[in-house]
Design a protein around this ligand. Structure first.
Ligand SMILES: Nc1ncnc2c1ncn2[C@@H]1O[C@H](COP(=O)(O)OP(=O)(O)OP(=O)(O)O)[C@@H](O)[C@H]1O
Ligand SMILES: [Mg+2]
Length: 277
């Protein structure tokens, strides 16, 4: 594969504003180099897919962007929303405040199983309202309205009173997205958000992320196992292989030979799984 291509700003990006900037980022786990001198800029308002074979470093890179994973010491640094997240292997002391502005979505939804969907979504308001008021469910009117608006926004308001563990995976994942909206996230980092979902539910979740990106200007970075979702929903794709960026450009520019080069034999397996969106 040739050297990484430079990425254009997406149509929705606000020119000049950088949402995430990883500079010379490396990460070792024991003897394994999970990220190898990665440079990546994500513009504000972009929707970017992170793809690559299993173990290529997608989750690790995503987690470093908000300091959930600490990078190696040395010249590497991460900046997000105009602030330093970490540099030289040390987290910035203000990283907690920054994390509230970035929603993180996991494959397994991460809702509290016994709480209602509404209560789960309102967890996003706890830092503003306080734990005690939250525990007794005494939400200020503006906050409860914000919670319901978020549920409407992601299309699961009808299930507000239902316990999270009785909801479908797709409904739970949309609830997790609603929680990041209540939290006030300006950007969403989603690690395989649709990997546990059937294609119909997956399309709905990807559609919600796309709408938040297009209509609300949220920056979205999403790791995806299926390239088809990257092509369909994300104007820009960044591909990792062995901890290095091997493609960074328009998703439409990814050709079959490039994908075979990135994924190796795994690519043919992905096609035969027949789970195109
Ligand atoms: N906490 C950890 N401890 C040790 N090794 C780790 C840890 N997290 C990740 N790794 C290793 O770092 C490499 C990159 O892992 P990562 O989870 O980022 O890959 P990925 O691209 O997200 O893979 P997948 O598609 O399977 O989710 C792998 O070799 C993995 O085994
Ligand atoms: Mg992963």
């Amino acid at each position: 594969m040739s050297a990484p291509m430079s990425a254009p700003m997406s149509a929705s990006g606000k020119a000049g504003e950088i949402a995430f900037h990883a500079k010379s980022v490396s990460k070792t786990f024991g003897a394994r180099l999970a990220l190898n001198d990665v440079d990546l800029q994500i513009g504000s308002g972009e929707m970017v897919a992170l793809i690559g074979p299993s173990g290529s470093g997608k989750s690790t890179l995503l987690r470093t962007l908000t300091g959930l994973t600490r990078i190696d010491g040395g010249p590497g640094r991460i900046e997000a929303l105009g602030h330093t997240v970490q540099a030289g292997g040390k987290l910035d002391e203000h990283v907690r405040g920054l994390r509230a502005r970035v929603g993180f979505i996991f494959q397994q939804f991460n809702l509290v199983p016994r709480l209602s969907l509404y209560s789960n979504v309102m967890i996003g308001a706890l830092p503003r309202v306080g734990l005690l008021a939250g525990l007794v469910g005494r939400w200020p009117k503006a906050e409860s309205e914000r919670g319901m608006a978020a549920l409407v926004r992601v299309g699961v308001a009808d299930y507000a009173g239902q316990r999270a563990n009785t909801l479908s995976g797709g409904q739970q994942q949309r609830g997790a997205i609603a929680r990041t909206l209540v939290q006030g996230a300006e950007a969403i980092l989603a690690d395989e958000p649709v990997a546990s979902l059937d294609p119909v539910a997956a399309r709905k979740v990807m559609g919600v992320l796309q709408a938040l990106n297009r209509n609300d200007g949220l920056t979205v970075v999403v790791t995806l196992h299926h390239v088809e979702y990257a092509m369909r929903y994300c104007p820009r794709t960044v591909a990792l292989k062995d901890g290095k960026v091997v493609y960074d450009g328009p998703s439409a520019g990814l050709t079959r030979p490039m994908l075979v080069d990135i994924y190796g034999p795994e690519f043919e397996d992905m096609l035969s799984e027949g789970t195109a969106p």
